[in-house]
Design a protein. Structure first.
Lengths: 205, 394
């Protein structure tokens, strides 16, 4: 069994970093969350030195909810005459992990987890198990969610679900020499009566 | 080695061609389509045929003993019916500490869109998001201590089976209930309509005149189990999940690449993980949505991997509609039904060959045909392409 290390963590990218990592022509076609998610992923990959990971995974509670809301608004005002193909394309939850793959030309394993508060840990578990078993040697694992004005106004609009305004990306590797920060020993995810909990068991190097 | 295989010991299945396994088997064998005029969705686009499950929300609530189900998501109801049938394969004594892996994209959108711009009521269960739908299923049955949700658009359910296999191989669980559920919603019907890929007639996968897909709905869940666990409890083993491949086309958010790179890689990886050669595959259950783009791209990938003498290929989308996030597990269930009952599903809706496509199976195969390994494809928006191999258990 291989060991699993984390070799880079990127989060809180600045507007300036986004501008330097994504060309204006490309950025214009992307929503806010997509831009931030892509820039965060690119930054983590650059820091780790692993340009082409074997896996790209994303964990998201609500997906690109801002685009979904635009369609819902359209349907609320214009009924079913509404036609918003670009928004629809960007409204599926897997759009972020796909965008990263398209941008970097990565044909590896690609998946998106959307399981409430433990979405990121589920994505992490997929990468962890794959690297540990030797099926993969590296993985980019992201977490991405956005808070829109509607949800700032009414956090319970979509029911009792917890999420925050966040873009974060981890690079996992089987190779300690890839600038390992710490080791992941296990990911433990538990469900009980409709509620999940997760623990990332880490060890210092 | 053998004892480490992941086998299937239970299936639950709800689709436009049946609300349980036996109805689905009978209609799949006869090639009877469930794609018809919409009855429950209530969209104004009445001219678009859909593959609706022929049960109202009220009927499903009754079947599940749910009262006050007016604002309960249809995605949850379909999923719960399929999980219920799958769990029926397990004796009560092993119905504890199970894992649930579900794939969905629409989740609670059917309820959200009914109310919007009003918020969901405070006591809604499930609520809007994908994870909540899965957790409400887990809570309803009370036998799951692990739950997760995969959302990779149309390949969600197949990726759930792949992750379920990984959980077992990684020693996280011995038994995983995995699959997917998706209900029709105005949100995604109008979304697909805006992409101009819905056919106003019944879809015709791989046909020269194909003009798009019909949306469908449904759910299918499988009991995945470590082979040694199944043998130890003397369970009846329905099939082996012998291979799995996932790849990203990395071409476009909704269009498939002309050469089908992602599809090719997913199928190639599935074969490699099953340690099988292309010649070992006896049947391919194609993603075959009926869109000009998908069918040509998938055909190119099949020809590239299998050559001109590829095994029989068919798509069952003209029977069920494209059940999006549930399609992978529904069609994997069809593969097992076909394999164990020695028939191959014919490609309904096909009449005119197209030089850019494979020619699908349209005639009955010999009743004594041997079907040992079948491949099941499921591709999604974002180029999320997956393929699995199911093998006869002997």
């Amino acid at each position: 069994m291989n060991k699993v290390y984390v070799s880079a963590i990127a989060n809180k990218v600045s507007e300036e970093e986004i501008r330097s990592l994504i060309s204006p022509a490309k950025a214009r076609r992307l929503g806010m969350l997509q831009k931030r998610a892509l820039a965060t992923a690119l930054k983590a990959l650059a820091v780790s030195g692993i340009e082409m990971p074997d896996m790209i995974l994303n964990g998201t509670v609500m997906g690109c909810i801002e685009t979904s809301l635009r369609i819902l608004d359209g349907m609320a005002s214009d009924g079913e005459k509404v036609a918003m193909p670009t928004a629809f394309m960007q409204s599926t939850h897997n759009t972020v992990a796909s965008l990263i793959a398209i941008h970097t030309g990565n044909h590896g394993y690609n998946a998106t987890y959307s399981h409430g508060a433990v979405s990121f840990e589920c994505a992490l578990q997929d990468a962890f198990l794959s690297i540990r078993s030797g099926q993969a040697s590296s993985a980019l694992v992201c977490r991405n969610d956005e808070i829109t004005p509607l949800m700032r106004q009414n956090p319970k609009f979509f029911g009792n679900v917890q999420f925050s305004d966040v873009s974060e990306a981890w690079v996992l590797t089987a190779n300690r020499d890839d600038g390992a920060l710490f080791e992941i020993e296990d990911i433990v995810i538990t469900h009980r009566n409709g509620t999940d909990s997760a623990e990332i068991v880490k060890s210092e190097l | 080695m053998t004892a480490d295989r992941v086998v299937i010991t239970g299936i639950g299945l709800v689709s436009a061609i049946g609300s349980n396994l036996s109805e689905n088997l009978a209609n799949l064998r006869q090639g009877k389509s469930g794609v018809s005029e919409m009855e429950f969705l209530g969209s104004e686009h009445k001219g678009l045929p859909v593959g609706e499950v022929k049960l109202s929300n009220r009927q499903m609530c009754e079947m599940l003993g749910i009262v006050d189900g007016e604002l309960v998501s249809r995605t949850f109801l379909l999923g719960a019916l399929a999980v219920k049938e799958a769990l029926g394969f397990l004796p009560p004594v092993v119905r504890g500490g199970l894992a649930l892996v579900s794939g969905t994209t629409v989740a609670g959108m059917d309820v959200t869109e009914k109310l919007y711009p009003e918020p969901l009521p405070a006591d809604s269960d499930p609520v809007h998001d994908c994870g909540s739908n899965t957790n409400s299923i887990a809570k309803y049955f009370g036998c799951f201590d692990y739950a997760t949700t995969i959302s990779t658009a149309c390949s969600s359910a197949l990726n759930s089976l792949i992750f379920g296999k990984r959980l077992i191989e990684g020693g996280v669980r011995d038994i995983v209930v995995a699959g997917g559920t998706e209900a029709l919603s105005k949100f995604h019907l109008n979304g697909f309509k805006s992409l101009m890929i819905l056919d106003e007639r019944r879809c015709r996968p791989f046909d020269k005149t194909r003009a798009g897909l019909n949306l469908g709905e449904g759910a299918a869940f499988m009991v995945l189990e470590r082979e040694s666990s199944a043998i130890a409890r003397n369970a009846s083993i329905l099939a082996v999940l012998s291979g799995a491949g996932n790849a990203c086309d990395a071409y476009h958010q909704t269009a498939s690449s002309p050469g089908g790179e992602g599809a090719f890689l997913a199928m190639e990886r599935a074969l490699a993980s099953a340690r099988l050669a292309p010649a070992d595959i006896d049947y391919i259950s194609a993603h075959g949505t009926g869109t000009p783009d998908n069918d040509a791209s998938e055909s190119a990938a099949i020809k590239r991997l299998f050559g001109q003498n590829h095994p029989p290929v068919s798509s069952t989308k003209a029977l069920t509609g494209h059940t999006t996030s549930a399609s992978g597990s529904i069609e994997a269930a069809f593969c097992i039904l076909a394999m164990n009952n020695r028939f191959l599903p014919k490609n309904a809706g096909f009449s005119t060959p197209d030089e850019s496509c494979i020619t699908p199976l349209t005639s009955d195969v010999a009743p004594d045909c041997r079907i040992d390994n079948v491949m099941c494809n499921s591709f999604g928006f974002g180029g999320n392409d997956s393929s699995i191999i199911l093998s006869r258990y002997e």
